[in-house]
Design a protein around this ligand. Structure first.
Ligand code: TXA
Ligand code: MG
Length: 325
């Protein structure tokens, strides 16, 4: 995948003019705006249909610039930034004056990361400032991992879509609250808990609910149109066939242990055995089953280790109660 430098220049120009750019990152595509332009940031919330109290992540081009955006950089945050940036780790720190409250949903903290994608880094370098970017999907739905997903979901609401191919990691960044002495995980993601603990040399708390507003922690987030039902791996085939018999159009996430099993259902996705491949494919699988017209998806949770922790977190949110229920 090659992106022309003229596209990078055009995207940087759109950001400078207060427009919105969809940009590839290693995790998912972001819907980017100049973080220092409150009107552009307001448009991000409007296009996503996201309540203005839900804070955005500020993307920057280098760990060396972190001090420009936050009040102070505690030693632990410095260690994590040096080890994991560029990469799928977001650090929550005290907000510096350059970050308007519009971007943080009124919070005195700000979430910052350096994405590990050549196109995103080229854009950040050409633009020179910070880019506030939530995932480029409507509030509550599945994050996009290709430029086509973004176009299909947001269409003309975005001024420019930078195509950087399929996202390598496939699930969002890990969010770590690094404001205090003891860092904690607010959202599991592309950097694993085990990798963080190895660097910190101690166990890390993972909060399933958080004091701060983390929309990813609400019920029914990362959700396809189809209802998602989670069962034990050995019950997936039987549950799927029963629901299909009862008249549902069933999509199946067939666990790796059952690969090759013929399932009497509407559509089947064979879940990859490698957690990296599963994470990379997850949102595309959910979208595919929606496109096939499934109204019910039967899946099971992977073992919650490594990337399995983030995958299980997203599947639980996808299966959470819908606003209408
Ligand atoms: O991988 C990612 O993180 C992607 C790519 C585009 O970078 N972005 C992403 O953004 O997932 P979004 O807006 O979909 O999720 C950002 C999460 C939200 O759950 C938000 O509440 C949390 O970050 N967040 C942002 N600022 C925060 C803060 N100051 N304190 C706690 N959580 C914060
Ligand atoms: Mg999101």
């Amino acid at each position: 995948m090659t992106t022309r430098s003229s596209d990078i220049e055009k995207a940087a120009g759109v950001l400078r003019a207060g427009g919105l750019v969809a940009l590839p990152t290693e995790t998912v595509y972001g819907l980017g705006a100049n973080v220092e332009d409150p009107a552009a940031v307001a448009r991000v919330f409007q296009v996503k249909g996201r309540p203005p109290s839900h804070p955005l992540i500020v993307h920057i081009g280098s760990a060396d610039d972190l001090g420009d955006w936050v009040e102070d950089v505690p030693a632990t945050a410095r260690v994590l930034a040096e080890r994991f940036w560029p990469g799928p780790l977001t650090l929550v720190l005290r907000r510096g004056p350059r970050v308007p409250l519009e971007a943080t949903g009124g919070l005195e903290t700000v979430a910052v990361r350096v994405p590990d994608h050549p196109v995103a880094l080229a854009l950040l370098s050409s633009f020179g400032g910070g880019v506030a970017a939530p995932s480029a999907n409507r509030f509550g739905s599945v994050s996009p991992t290709t430029a086509n997903h973004v176009r299909a979901e947001l269409g003309d609401a975005v001024d420019f879509v930078l195509d950087g191919g399929s996202c390598e990691v496939g699930v969002e960044s890990t969010i770590v609250d690094a404001t205090g002495e003891t860092p904690s995980v607010l959202r599991p993601g592309g950097v694993t808990r085990e990798e963080l603990e190895a660097v910190l040399g101690r166990p890390l708390a993972v909060h399933s609910t958080s004091r701060v507003r983390v929309p990813g922690q609400h019920p029914s987030h990362y959700a396809p149109r189809a209802r998602v039902v989670l069962v034990e791996p050995e019950k997936v085939v039987a549950e799927a066939e029963l629901a299909q018999e009862l008249g549902h159009q069933v999509g199946v996430f067939l666990p790796p242990a059952f690969a090759g099993t013929a399932v009497k259902a509407h559509a089947v996705v064979e879940v990859p055995g490698s957690m990296a491949a599963y994470a990379r494919g997850l949102y595309g699988f959910l979208r595919r089953l929606d496109e096939r017209g499934c109204d019910l998806i039967v899946a099971s949770l992977p073992v919650e280790q490594g990337l399995g922790l983030a995958i299980a977190n997203r599947l639980r949110r996808a299966a959470g109660p819908r606003p209408t229920e």
